[in-house]
Design a protein around this ligand. Structure first.
Ligand code: M6P
Ligand code: ZN
Length: 189
């Protein structure tokens, strides 16, 4: 494959360019929500799509980049906003950068010692999580949250560590790490 491509971020017709679409529904991630009663109540009605990931075509080679666009739907399970599963990168534990395209949300980042911070996911923002920071994106708005994420092409997603740390889900009406002054904004530390 030629290691060259150029794709418009909008409109969201990435499949036309060979992107692989993966759909994540609530039943595939139900253990991650704190309010299990709300999960069961929702599943008894329907199993909603929480997010879709479009993986742009890339060679799975250590010299390349994994470039994904995620569409995270607005909504809540009980008081907890819709969110991605969240993961760490196993070796090579490389960084990930997220660029907001539409909507509003947060990237919660947590290291293996459990320190939790939050980065903005908004149009015009780039948020960078260095190696060692597990990450989960939460849609705190009322529109679709669309973001572009890029990391090393040969990363291995580690969902188990993230599930054990159980990134704190962000709840409506509750102070997020943003408001608690833990927002890692601006300076590169
Ligand atoms: C972003 C990237 C991907 C990830 C996706 C969904 O696009 O971080 O690597 O797969 O979000 O996140 P998760 O895999 O944690 O559900
Ligand atoms: Zn990642």
């Amino acid at each position: 494959m030629e290691k060259l491509f150029s794709i418009p971020l909008l409109p969201m017709d990435y499949e036309k360019y060979g992107a692989l679409k993966t759909r994540r529904v609530l039943s595939q991630m139900k253990g991650l929500y704190l309010d299990q009663e709300a999960v069961e109540k929702q599943l008894a009605i329907e199993d909603p799509v929480i997010y879709e990931v479009y993986e742009l075509p890339h060679p799975n080679d250590e010299t390349d980049l994994l470039a994904n666009i995620t569409v995270l739907y607005p909504g809540k399970i009980g008081d907890e906003f819709y969110m991605t599963k969240g993961h760490f990168h196993l070796e090579p534990d490389t960084a990930e950068a997220v660029i907001g395209i539409a909507g509003s949300g947060e990237m919660l980042v947590q290291n293996r010692e459990g320190v939790l911070k939050s980065l903005a996911v908004l149009p015009g923002y780039i948020s960078y999580a260095g190696g060692g920071w597990g990450h989960r994106v939460v849609n705190t708005g009322t529109e679709q949250l669309v973001f572009f994420a890029v990391s090393g092409a040969n990363i291995i997603h580690d969902y188990d560590t993230a599930a054990k740390l159980n990134f704190k889900p962000v709840m409506k009406g509750e102070e997020s790490p943003h408001e608690q002054g833990q927002r890692a904004e601006g300076a590169i530390k």
